[in-house]
Design a protein around this ligand. Structure first.
Ligand SMILES: NC(=O)c1ccc[n+]([C@@H]2O[C@H](COP(=O)([O-])OP(=O)(O)OC[C@H]3O[C@@H](n4cnc5c(N)ncnc54)[C@H](O)[C@@H]3O)[C@@H](O)[C@H]2O)c1
Length: 417
C-alpha cells in the first residue's frame, strides 16, 4: 500500500485551508496535515479542528515550525505573494520537499536563490501551476505529442479575467497593488507563461509587452459615487461592480469562494457587515489599486515559435481561450467550456473533444495537482512530477521581463538559468 504523506501547512488561508486542506480531508488515506502555522486565530483554530492537529503543532508563525528538526514529508507554503521565498528556503534547508504557491517571488535574484537551494539540497520545489494538471491542457499536450497538427508555429492565448474577478481580487482585494503583492502579469499570468513554455516545449528568447490600468481609476467614477457602495450609491442598479450586487444579490454566481474571503462566517448578515467599511465594500473607482486591467505580451521561443498573450479584465466569462497553429493543423479550445477542436488541413476533418465538465477548482487542475504532489512525496521525489522549479523559475522570469518591457517600452532578451 502506498505511504500516507504527512504535510505541514504554512498559511491556512483560501488556498492552504480551502483547497489543499480540503483535498487532504477528502483523501485521508493519501495525505494528512499534521501541523499548521497561521497568525489569524480563527483560521488556525478552524484548521486545527478540521484536521485534528495537536496544540503543540499549531503556531502563529512559520519560523516556530521550521526551527524544529524535520517531522513531516513536505511543507506547503501558502502565505501571501511576498512571503513565499523565506519559508520555502528554510524548509529546503531542513530537508523538506516544498509545495509552493505562485508567484514564487517578484525578485529575479530571489528566484535564482531558490533554484540554487533546491538544486543543492536535492529537494523538490513544486510550484502550484495547477493549469498543467487540468484535463484541458493535459489533452492539448497529448494532441501536440500525437503530431496531428505538425510542428507548432504560433500560439494565441487569452486570459479572460472576468469583470467581477478583476474587481474582487485586483481592484478591491489582495492583489490590487504591485508593491504589496506583484504586477498583474506575474500574479495572475505566471500560469499562462508556464503553459506557453509547456506547449512550445522550448525556452523563451524575447519578450515585449504593452498595457495599462485603463478603467478602475478615480476619473472613471460616475458622478456622486460614494467611497463605499452601501453608502447609498445612486448608481447601484446600473453598476456591474456594485459590491451588494456581486456579494449579496449575485451570490449564486460567484460564491462560495469569494464570499468567504469577505467574511469567513459567510452569512448574508456577516457579508453585509463586512461590506459596510471593509475593503470589499469599496467603490471600485475609489480604491488604492494600481495593477493593470489589460495587458498584451508577445513572445519568441528558441525553436522559432511565436506567441501572443492577452490578459483582460473586461470579459463576461472567466476563462482561458487558446489557439495553437501548427504546420499541418490547428487546435482551438476554451478551458471553462472544457472543449477542444482539432482540424487537420490535409483532410479538413474536425475532431471535437468534450472533457469532464464536473471538475471544480481551476477546471480540475487543483485536484490533479494534489494527486501529482502525493505521488511525488510517496516516492520521496523519485517521481519528480509534471513540472519542476527550473521551469517555474523560467515562467516567472518571463513574466518579470514582460513587466519590464511594459514599463520601459523595450524588448527584453532572456538568458537561460
Ligand atoms: N495556484 C493558484 O492557482 C493560486 C490561486 C489563487 C491564489 N494563489 C496564491 O496563493 C497564495 C495564497 O493566497 P490566498 O488567497 O490563500 O491568501 P490568504 O491571504 O487567504 O492566505 C494567506 C495566509 O497566510 C497567513 N500568514 C501570514 N503571515 C504568516 C506567517 N508568518 N506564517 C504563517 N502564515 C502566515 C495569513 O494570515 C493568511 O491566512 C498567494 O500567493 C496567491 O497569489 C494561487
Amino acid at each position: 500500500m502506498a505511504k500516507k504523506v504527512s504535510a505541514i501547512l504554512i498559511g491556512a488561508g483560501q488556498r492552504g485551508a480551502q483547497v489543499y486542506g480540503e483535498y487532504a480531508l477528502s483523501h485521508p488515506k493519501d495525505i494528512a496535515f499534521i501541523a499548521v502555522a497561521e497568525p489569524d486565530d480563527a483560521r488556525r483554530a478552524e484548521f486545527c479542528l478540521q484536521h485534528g492537529i495537536l496544540t503543540q503543532n499549531a503556531e502563529h508563525d512559520w519560523h516556530a515550525l521550521l526551527e524544529r528538526p524535520k517531522f513531516a514529508d513536505c511543507v506547503f507554503v501558502c502565505t501571501q505573494d511576498n512571503q513565499h521565498i523565506l519559508p520555502a528556503i528554510a524548509a529546503l534547508e531542513k530537508g523538506y520537499h516544498v509545495v509552493l504557491e505562485k508567484p514564487v517571488s517578484r525578485d529575479s535574484e530571489e528566484l535564482k536563490r531558490l533554484l540554487e537551494t533546491a538544486r543543492r539540497t536535492k529537494r523538490l520545489v513544486t510550484v502550484c501551476h495547477v493549469l498543467r494538471y487540468t484535463p484541458f491542457f493535459s489533452k492539448i499536450r497529448e494532441i501536440l505529442d500525437s503530431g496531428v497538427i505538425g510542428s507548432v508555429q504560433s500560439i494565441q492565448q487569452i486570459e479572460n479575467v472576468a469583470y467581477w474577478h478583476q474587481a474582487h481580487s485586483y481592484v478591491r482585494g489582495n492583489w490590487r497593488r504591485a508593491d504589496e503583492s506583484s504586477p498583474m502579469i506575474l500574479a495572475k499570468c505566471c500560469h499562462d507563461m508556464d503553459i506557453l513554455l509547456w506547449m512550445t516545449d522550448s525556452h523563451c528568447t524575447k519578450v515585449s509587452s504593452f498595457g495599462s490600468l485603463g478603467h478602475f481609476r478615480v476619473e472613471s467614477a460616475p458622478e456622486g459615487a460614494p467611497e463605499f457602495c452601501l453608502d447609498g450609491c445612486p448608481h447601484a442598479e446600473s453598476c456591474p461592480y456594485d459590491a451588494e450586487r456581486i456579494y449579496l444579490r449575485d451570490k449564486g454566481v460567484h460564491v462560495p469562494v469569494i464570499r468567504k474571503v469577505v467574511s469567513l462566517e459567510n452569512t448574508d448578515d456577516s457579508v453585509r457587515e463586512a461590506l459596510r467599511s471593509g475593503p470589499y465594500g469599496r467603490c471600485v473607482y475609489h480604491c488604492d489599486n494600481d495593477v493593470v486591467d489589460h495587458q498584451v505580451v508577445n513572445l519568441e521561443f528558441e525553436n522559432g515559435v511565436t506567441a501572443s498573450f492577452t490578459m483582460c479584465a473586461f470579459t463576461w466569462e472567466g476563462s482561458r481561450t487558446v489557439k495553437i497553429m501548427g504546420a499541418l493543423g490547428q487546435i482551438t479550445g476554451d478551458v471553462e467550456e472544457n472543449e477542444i477542436q482539432v482540424v487537420s488541413f490535409a483532410t479538413g476533418n474536425k475532431t471535437v473533444y468534450r472533457l469532464n465538465t464536473d471538475a471544480a477548482g481551476h477546471s480540475g487542475g487543483d485536484a490533479g495537482f494534489m494527486r501529482d504532489v502525493v505521488r511525488q512525496m510517496q516516492t520521496d521525489g523519485a517521481y519528480a512530477g509534471r513540472t519542476n522549479i527550473a521551469q517555474s523559475t523560467e515562467s516567472h522570469l518571463i513574466a518579470l521581463a514582460a513587466e519590464e518591457s511594459r514599463v520601459t517600452g523595450k524588448t527584453i532578451w532572456m538568458t537561460r538559468q
